[in-house]
Design a protein around this ligand. Structure first.
Ligand code: ADP
Length: 757
């Protein structure tokens, strides 16, 4: 982008801080430098823009080094009353123009973005007035006729239109989920009831999703108050019913903006009072407060904010952003941009609709997956399923795993069992995968048999990689017949998909196989055809980034290069996204060939970097990146060539990546996918020739791919899909890792971040 050289942009974080803002600022700065533009950080939000001076600082490559893993915003944020007034905005305009800045990336909530839009509208007039007052020259006015704006939404509430997720929301869900999981263990010890208040003044996203992710027993959100006059009685009945069937504790999650259907606020203390008075139970309140904003950003927030920061600069340097202000957001994994003010207006409209008690519209505006999640939650928090209707066909649906363990498998089983039971069907659990199915290791599940599974890592039903062969099919056919299985849900990885496909393609020979079959993608490798994402990968990524954060800290006392090896089989997803989330300077993927020349180049870059003052090198390597250039080859090579400049250590993260409790995202998606799988099995069982399919996430939507299409979509030799969407992110990882053209050798040697003035 040669014409970017004359372009000069500013980046600021404004309003409430959100984890991931640093990743976005880092990506904005590095992408701008890569494009040859000049970039300034505006410290303390609009306050720094109005104050000028040292609050507006030119950034170089290293100004944003070491901030990716930090929570909050290292360039500061503030609320600024002065910017709400025209005089304040005039000062801000002068401070920008005098530095040649006429493009801004604003990372903030709807308030900050509204302010940005007003500023942009007034810009030509403000500049004309400044010229008239002699504060700037006419040449400056002519050089900057417009102010271009791109907004990124930083808000833990996930309350904004124009993006599926806002920066910080996923991390906030991590904080809430960790807290609720912890509270659940102590609550269970004492038969206690906990009321937990989470943030969200106009948006119930955090309450709803944390309720889904933790198995809460009652959830109150602003958008959908209980639709009965006496909701207190209903809540008490439900919690009592749970106690009666043996639940050891109850959790009620209240969004801070919860209200009843007449618009009266529902506070956590009111909920406590109601429960104590009517149920005579011991109730404790925990208001999570600012804990939800804090801490290191999650893997998703680091990755998403990096991708959005990169896209924001690309938009800002293009003609589109000059025409109208844009909001850059994400739809599942696709970056989308939309007119900024349309999104802001729609966001503000939901708050108005809630205030007007028009809850139906509020839920409709939140979108399909929000409403679906709410419906699913309402079923899952029941103490027992609805009774089957007398005229319905009661199906016998079996659930099993196959493949490596993936966090979220238990969550998916729990949702499938409860939702199937609630629809009046018999739910069967097959232990130990297809081996267990052939052996008839099949049990009936009831509502409480999956209690506590929502948050539990591992796979309670057992999983293995065994794919049925020859006589196994006869045994499986016999067991399907014996247990009258009407449908099969396989929750697992590559081997599970292959096993399900082998059963499916023998339908001609075994008529009992002519039942609906559905595969739910669960593999940390994220290597399954028919879905952009599989359950478990997000947990594994979070495991990797927290391990790498610690590894990086361990190197403070020495000059060291780490080669970290991650799992993934022949799929480099974990390596690349972990590279984006940890700031690795080089990622080795099995999808790319690796030559000695490549390694030589990497060594040269390392040597050059350390000569210029760098203290830490980080290379992330997928376990199958190359069969011969292994960690044991690479480390001695780097060590020898590094001489006295740096030493080299390897870290093979191993099976810890498959373990641990599932992340909130994995729990939510496992639940969502399982709900859709049960609907699929029920619908297909009613058809004369039921189909078999794999469920998947595509651009935020749930889709089914016929099992017959899997061979066409799969690269069988390398056990990965032929089309891997995330490979398109490699250039962003490269840009983030290498100094751009405008960064001089001196810049690269700069010791650390710019200090906040
Ligand atoms: P958020 O961006 O998180 O919604 P606020 O609503 O507090 O947070 O806005 C942050 C800052 O953005 C405010 O302190 C103010 O400086 C600026 N701002 C917000 N709304 C406006 C507005 N209508 N006009 C001008 N500036 C605004």
């Amino acid at each position: 982008m040669s014409d970017s050289k004359s372009k000069c942009l500013g980046v600021l974080t404004s309003g409430g801080d959100a984890p991931g803002m640093n990743a976005a600022v880092r990506a904005v700065v590095r992408t701008a430098l890569e494009c040859g533009a000049q970039v300034y950080a505006i410290y303390e939000g609009y306050q720094g823009m109005v104050a000028g001076g040292e609050y507006i600082a030119k950034m170089n490559w290293d100004s944003v080094g070491g901030i990716l893993q930090q929570g909050g915003t290292s360039i500061g944020s503030a609320r600024c009353a002065e910017f709400r007034k025209r005089e304040g905005r005039q000062k801000a305009a002068r401070n920008l123009v005098s530095r040649g800045i006429d493009r801004l990336v604003i990372i903030g909530g709807d308030g900050s973005l509204t302010g940005a839009n007003i500023f942009r509208q007034e810009w030509p007039e403000l500049l004309a007035e400044l010229a008239e007052a002699g504060e700037i020259t006419q040449e400056e006015v002519d050089a900057h006729p417009q102010l271009a704006i791109v907004g990124l939404v930083g808000s833990i509430d996930n309350d904004m239109f124009g993006t599926d997720m806002t920066i910080g929301a996923d991390t906030a869900l991590h904080r809430i989920t960790e807290a609720v999981d912890a509270i659940s263990t102590t609550a269970a010890s004492h038969h206690r009831t906990f009321v937990i208040e989470v943030m969200g003044r106009h948006c119930g996203y955090l309450a709803l999703m944390s309720g889904l992710a933790t198995g809460a027993n009652w959830v109150l959100i602003p958008e959908n108050p209980p639709n009965v006059d006496n909701w207190e009685e209903l809540m008490c009945q439900r919690l009592k019913a749970g106690r009666d069937i043996g639940r050891r504790h109850s959790t009620v999650i209240v969004a801070e903006g919860a209200q009843d259907r007449f618009g009266n606020p529902i506070t956590s203390s009111y909920v406590k009072q109601v429960l104590e008075e009517r149920l005579g139970v011991d109730v404790r309140i925990t208001i999570l407060g600012h804990v939800q904003r804090g801490g290191s950003p999650s893997a998703f927030d680091r990755y998403m904010s990096t991708v959005l920061g990169h896209a924001a600069v690309e938009e800002l340097l293009s003609a589109a952003a000059v025409k109208e202000p844009l909001l850059v957001g994400i739809r599942q994994h696709d970056v989308i941009s939309s007119p900024l003010m349309d999104s802001v207006k729609e966001t503000q409209q939901v708050a108005k609709v809630i205030a007007d008690q028009d809850y139906e519209t509020a839920m409709a505006m939140r979108g399909g997956s929000f409403s679906d999640s709410f419906r699913t939650l309402r079923t899952l928090l029941r103490a027992q399923p609805h009774a089957p209707s007398p005229d319905q066909r009661q199906l016998r649906l079996a659930v099993l795993h196959c493949g490596g363990p993936a966090p979220g498998m238990n969550t998916a089983v729990r949702a499938a069992v409860r939702l199937g039971l609630d629809k009046g069907h018999t739910m069967l659990a097959v232990r130990n995968g297809f081996v267990g199915l052939a052996d008839g290791d099949v049990d009936e599940m009831d509502w409480m048999s999956v209690s506590g599974w929502v948050s539990r890592g591992g796979a309670e039903l057992g999983t293995n990689r065994s794919i049925p062969m020859l006589k196994d099919f006869y045994a499986i056919a016999r067991q399907i017949e014996k247990h009258s299985i009407d449908g099969l849900l396989m929750i697992g990885g590559w081997d599970g998909y292959q096993a399900a496909y082998e059963v499916f393609r023998r339908r001609d020979r075994f008529p009992t196989f002519d039942i609906p079959i559905v595969c739910l993608p669960a593999s940390i490798d994220n290597n399954l055809p028919g879905s952009q994402l599989s359950i478990g990968a997000d947990t594994a990524l979070n495991c990797i980034i927290s391990a790498v954060d610690k590894i990086k800290q361990s190197a403070v006392a020495s000059r060291r290069c780490f080669v970290v090896q991650v799992m993934g089989g022949d799929c480099g997803y974990l390596a690349l996204i972990a590279g984006l989330g940890t700031g690795a300077e080089r990622v080795y993927l099995p999808e790319e060939s690796l030559s000695l020349l490549d390694l030589q180049t990497d060594v040269d870059q390392l040597v050059e970097g350390f000569q210029l003052g760098k203290r830490l090198g980080l290379m992330i390597r997928n376990e199958h990146a190359d069969p011969l250039y292994t960690v044991d080859f690479m480390c001695p090579l780097f060590e020898k060539e590094g001489g006295d400049l740096f030493d080299v250590r390897q870290a093979i993260l191993g099976h810890m990546q498959q373990g641990g409790d599932p992340s909130p995202f994995d729990r939510i998606q496992a639940t969502r996918l399982a709900a859709n799988c049960i609907d699929f099995l029920i619908a297909q069982a009613a058809r004369p020739s039921p189909t078999a399919a794999a469920i998947g996430l595509h651009g935020g939507k749930i889709q089914f791919t016929g099992l017959e299409d899997l061979p066409r979509l799969s690269d069988k030799e390398f056990r990965r899909p032929k089309d891997q969407w995330w490979l398109g992110l490699r250039h962003i990882a490269r840009i983030m890792a290498q100094p751009g053209p405008s960064s001089t050798a001196l810049d690269a040697a700069a010791p650390c971040e710019t200090e906040i003035p």
